[in-house]
Design a protein. Structure first.
Length: 89
């Protein structure tokens, strides 16, 4: 008794899915992330303080403007991954 074309296609699809899963897991395993924006609550001001990572010298944080979470998030998150991020002061 042989194998049908439909069964072969299922095997090929399963094998392709396994290879894709393996490649994905390999890539994710090599990724590393580090925070570049930080939002902290300042109870005295009643606002969120925003800091961005400074990549000069000792990887310090630069203070940006405080505000409500919605306002500061909209103002700064759009700069992630862009050159304009490094102009934020």
């Amino acid at each position: 008794m042989g194998i049908t074309v439909a069964e072969l296609k299922k095997l090929d699809a399963y094998e392709a899915a396994q290879k894709l899963k393996s490649a994905y897991e390999s890539m994710v395993g090599r990724l590393s992330f580090s925070p570049i924006l930080r939002f902290t609550w300042d109870g005295l001001l009643g606002k969120y303080l925003v800091h961005r990572r400074c990549f000069k010298g000792d990887l310090d944080w630069l203070k940006l403007s405080p505000g409500t979470i919605g306002v500061v998030a909209n103002k700064y998150i759009k700069h992630i991954g862009r050159e304009s991020f490094f102009e934020l002061m």
